[in-house]
Design a protein around this ligand. Structure first.
Ligand SMILES: NC(=O)c1ccc[n+]([C@@H]2O[C@H](COP(=O)([O-])OP(=O)(O)OC[C@H]3O[C@@H](n4cnc5c(N)ncnc54)[C@H](OP(=O)(O)O)[C@@H]3O)[C@@H](O)[C@H]2O)c1
Length: 238
């Protein structure tokens, strides 16, 4: 971001103009599919993960390993490695979901989910500010399970609380980054068949989800910054 915003505006990038995308949780699931589709469209992709996978290696893209969203030291290390890299779209996708029912609350598990789902994405965004410029976008992959209004089934304390916290962080980021021309979106991928959901047969595929998510990213503007959307385009309640 720097003290003075760069006057170059990146407006139309997806499928049209090359842009630099950084994606966390890139080794599997939705993050891997982001990498696959974005590379296919000709973008430059920086895949960030704890450990790579065969599927990610096969994409042959820049891969930054050893980045644990729960570790501030590894986030700072990534910042140092990428100090000369401009990023047009920062996608904070990595996340964990653990079961926490009222009868058996596991405080460490709840703290872990806050660390990875809420604090990590905020910390990484803060550490990447100098990599962003006017027209850049920050995308926080949250969940409608973080919506207070949409909560009709209870439970999942750590996951719901941490994703609600991520939504709040995203809203504040949208306000703080608006003067620099950087827009922010909170996106729910839908119910997606990945390891997180036990590869549920009731979910959409990562491919379908990412097509929708990329459409949302494409249509995000500074005027719509700070919104919360489903990958299918529906606006979600906080
Ligand atoms: N699938 C759904 O239906 C659904 C619905 C709503 C929201 N979401 C959100 O979508 C995002 C992606 O989920 P997914 O379905 O693709 O799940 P997934 O297949 O379980 O992938 C999760 C990703 O997060 C990474 N990750 C976990 N802990 C990490 C840590 N401490 N540091 C860095 N990376 C870490 C994983 O890497 P490792 O291999 O190293 O663990 C993996 O790449 C998550 O934020 C999730 O909450 C998913």
């Amino acid at each position: 971001m720097g003290s003075k915003p760069n006057p170059t505006k990146i407006s139309e990038y997806a499928a049209k103009t090359l842009a630099v995308f950084l994606i966390t949780g890139a080794n599997r699931g939705i993050g891997l599919e982001f990498c696959r589709q974005l590379k296919g469209k000709g973008n430059e992709v920086i895949a960030v993960c704890r450990k790579s996978s065969k599927e990610l290696d096969e994409l042959n893209i820049q891969t930054e390993r050893g980045v644990d969203l729960a570790s501030e030291a590894s986030i700072v290390c990534l910042k140092e490695k990428l100090s000369n890299t401009k990023v047009d779209v920062l996608i904070l996708n990595a996340g964990i979901a653990e079961t926490n029912c009222l009868e058996n609350l596991d405080v460490e598990s709840i703290k872990d989910q806050f660390a990875v789902n809420a604090i990590g994405p905020l910390l990484l965004t803060a550490n990447m500010l100098n990599n962003l410029r006017e027209g850049s976008k920050v995308i926080l992959v949250t969940s409608r399970m973080g919506s207070i209004k949409d909560n009709n089934s209870g439970g999942s304390y750590g996951y719901r609380m941490s994703k609600a916290a991520l939504c709040m962080a995203g809203k504040s980021l949208s306000i703080d980054l608006r003067p620099y021309g950087i827009s922010v979106a909170l996106l729910h991928p839908g119910l997606v068949s990945t390891r997180m959901t036990g590869f549920t047969p009731h979910g959409i595929t990562p491919e379908q989800s990412v097509i929708g998510l990329l459409n949302r990213i494409d249509s995000l503007t500074i005027d719509s910054s700070g919104g919360f959307w489903h990958s299918n385009g529906e606006t979600l309640p906080w």
